[in-house]
Design a protein around this ligand. Structure first.
Ligand code: SF4
Length: 359
């Protein structure tokens, strides 16, 4: 199993109180001495199981990456936000979990992430390249409310003079606003919120564990008003569900009203692992759309370029209409903590390579 080499012994099976129960991991998932399995009998965590592991390393080098997205940190595996289309589902199978319900409810937590990160950042060889978070699973998913790993991670990166970016659907990021503001005085900080559509009926069924699009855009507004600023990944745009001109226009208008720094449209990808789960959901929820999806994605994981070009052109037009279409300096070039640019100076950005997969 791929993760075996990432673990070191912990061997704690004690009850931690606060409605939490812990037990050794069941055989077959991890070696029993490596992992503590915990459940919490509190709203928001019922039905979820947390696998607390001690990671050997936390900074991951992205092969062939640019300095801007050279490294990633992923303190969690699996995601309680439960997006049906999530591309990261397949990675759960590397842990001997399945890409469906297990991905939603069996969450791996690297409880020593901060300690390991501080050690790695202190190495003389660390070159302070930018670190991206939220590129595999969401670092501000529900589990973060309990485990609180991000404050330590943010603090460690800032103290080490390391620029970083965060992409999330979690309004929980606002909990760390004072820390993020302080960090931005020392290093470039880029924040992005993922909002594929403001259609609440689609949101309830396709992203059932996430804060509503309205709440996410409220968070964008708060970040804009704070001076930190926030970009929006309009992702994923779901063919035949959130891609009508009226829906695209309405979503772009809402993003502009929230004061987003930029908008980046990304059309749904259907890679193996996510594809099966998505089609199962589509069959149960919108069965009439299955043949149209089969036709659109007949050549593989991506919608055809003519479709993607059409979406990009539409978003670009609506963004321009709403003052989101003019060129802007990337956040990395602005003075840390500088006042937010007005929306009229924000941009439709070229999609960063690492965010290509993110929904
Ligand atoms: S798309 Fe992002 S927020 Fe949704 S389940 Fe996947 S990692 Fe979590």
């Amino acid at each position: 199993m791929r993760w075996s080499g990432q673990l070191i012994n912990e061997g704690d099976g004690a009850d931690s109180g606060d409605g939490a129960a812990a037990a050794p991991a069941q055989p077959g998932l991890f070696a029993t001495s490596d992992v503590v399995v915990r459940t919490f009998d509190t709203p928001g965590f019922r039905g979820a199981t947390f696998y607390e592991v001690r990671a050997k390393s936390i900074l991951n080098k992205v092969p062939g990456s640019s300095p801007m997205f050279g490294w990633t940190i992923n303190p969690y595996r699996g995601c309680g936000h439960r997006c049906v289309y999530c591309f990261a589902r397949k990675t759960h199978t590397y842990l001997d979990f399945d890409a469906g319900l297990d991905f939603d409810t069996r969450i791996v937590v690297k409880v020593n992430a901060v300690e390991v990160l501080r050690r790695e950042l202190a190495r003389p060889s660390w070159r302070r390249e930018s670190v991206a978070m939220g590129t595999n699973v969401d670092c501000y998913q529900r589990a973060e409310g309990r485990y609180r790993l991000m404050p330590g991670i943010i603090g460690a990166l800032a103290e080490a003079g390391t620029p970083f970016s965060i992409l999330t659907k979690g309004t929980l990021m606002l909990r760390d606003l004072p820390l993020l503001t302080a960090a931005a005085r020392d290093v470039p900080v880029q924040l992005a919120m993922s909002v594929g559509s403001i259609d609440e009926s689609v949101w309830r069924t396709v992203e059932p564990g996430t804060p509503s699009p309205a709440r996410r855009l409220d968070a964008v507004r708060t970040l804009a008003e704070s001076g930190l600023g926030c970009s929006v990944l309009m992702a994923p745009i779901l063919p035949f569900l959130t891609d009508s001109p009226e829906q695209l226009r309405g979503t772009v208008e809402a993003i502009a009203r929230a004061g987003a720094r930029s908008v980046t449209p990304i059309v749904l990808h259907l890679r193996p692992g996510a594809r099966e789960w998505y089609y199962e959901w589509l069959q149960a929820t919108y069965p009439q759309l299955v043949p149209r999806y089969r036709a659109l994605y007949r050549n593989g994981s991506y919608a055809p370029s003519w479709y993607q070009d059409r979406i990009t052109a539409a978003v670009r037009e609506y963004a321009r209409d709403n003052g989101l279409g003019r060129s802007a300096r990337p956040r990395t070039e602005t003075q840390a903590g500088a006042p937010e640019k007005p929306a009229a100076q924000a941009a439709v950005e070229v999609q960063p390579a690492l965010w290509d997969d993110v929904g």
